[in-house]
Design a binder for this molecule. Structure first.
Ligand code: NAP
Length: 290
């Protein structure tokens, strides 16, 4: 991705099937269902066109209401949801997709992701087969025109390589945790080399991390007259990765869009990449038991 072409949160990045994704998305994890409709409406009014939700956030209904209330033509929006772990497998995936669509009140999705890979810790030798069968259903939904792009989340390059042994269609996106202190630098390079666009979840470290109050981050932010949140998001964008910042506050969600009037130097990029662990979820997808 050529960062010079990115001028605002909706600057397009081309996926490997030609579909364009806005380079910054609006996250909705832990957004209370009671405030989701308003938050999403506010985000769209502020200018976001790319919205990221998931079945497990239990706020797809609110996301759909916010989209309707915003009154922006559907084709101008890029809406992502995700298949939860209890819905893996061929038949269950198809049913779960339709249920997400119904909750959102939409008739297609722009992007649908497998939220987490089935891992060997939980499924032993069946893990790869479960992921393959789930992907087969995703491929059919894509081919039927119900989803404009399909992808993965929390799949490390070795999970992707395993999936590619049986996949007919290469995933277009992989959404993984990326923020200062949890860089996944090698994984990003490998996924991008496979022509898969990487999205960064928890781009500010999520709840409870110290990314935004880290002294090194504060110093770099002061140099540019920006906030630490903006520095974190810019650091992600400059790696060719799509950040998905979440905020239910209008001032913050607007601040998180103002990323295109400054540039981090190579030295600043490396300094941030070298920060120690600053918290976040930092889970190993091969070790989770959900
Ligand atoms: N695929 C996955 O497994 C996965 C996992 C986690 C998240 N995600 C996706 O990625 C999105 C982002 O991740 P996340 O929500 O965990 O974390 P995040 O976007 O890194 O951080 C959100 C936190 O930072 C606060 N915040 C936002 N903007 C701020 C600013 N400018 N200054 C100070 N604080 C600010 C928010 O609080 P307020 O809302 O109170 O402003 C919230 O507590 C999610 O919403 C979801 O869509 C995906």
């Amino acid at each position: 991705m050529n960062n010079m072409t990115l001028t605002n949160v909706n600057s397009p990045i081309k996926l490997n099937n030609g579909v364009e994704i806005p380079c910054v998305g609006y996250g909705t994890f832990r957004t209370d269902p009671a405030v989701t409709a308003q938050a999403v409406q506010d985000a769209i009014a502020a200018g976001y066109r790319h919205i990221d939700t998931a079945k497990v956030y239990e706020n797809e209904v609110g996301v759909g209401q916010g989209i309707k209330a915003a009154g922006v033509p559907r084709e101008e929006l890029f809406v992502t949801s995700k298949l939860w772990n209890t819905d893996r497998g061929y038949e269950a995936t198809k049913a779960a997709f339709q249920a997400s669509l119904d909750r959102l009140g939409l008739d297609y999705l722009d992007l649908y992701l497998i939220h987490w890979p089935a891992n060997e810790k939980q499924f032993g030798a069946d893990a790869a087969k479960i992921n393959a069968e789930t992907w087969r259903a995703m491929e059919e939904l894509y081919e039927a025109g119900k989803i404009r792009a399909i992808g993965l989340s929390n799949f490390m390059p070795h999970h992707v390589a395993e999936l590619l042994k049986t996949a007919k269609i290469k995933p277009m996106v992989d959404q993984i945790e990326v923020h200062p202190g949890w860089t996944h630098a090698e994984e990003i390079k490998k996924l991008q080399a496979m022509d898969i666009v990487v999205e960064a979840w928890g781009p500010l470290g999520g709840q409870g991390a110290t990314v935004l109050v880290d002294p090194t981050m504060q110093k770099i932010a002061a140099t540019h007259g920006k906030s630490t949140a903006q520095v974190s998001l810019r650091w992600i964008l400059q790696q060719g990765v799509v950040p998905l910042p979440k905020s239910v506050h209008v001032d913050r969600l607007k601040q998180n869009m103002e990323l295109f009037d400054f540039e981090l130097s190579n030295e600043e990029m490396q300094t941030i990449a070298a920060l120690p662990n600053l918290g976040g979820q930092c889970k190993d997808p091969d070790d989770v038991d959900f």
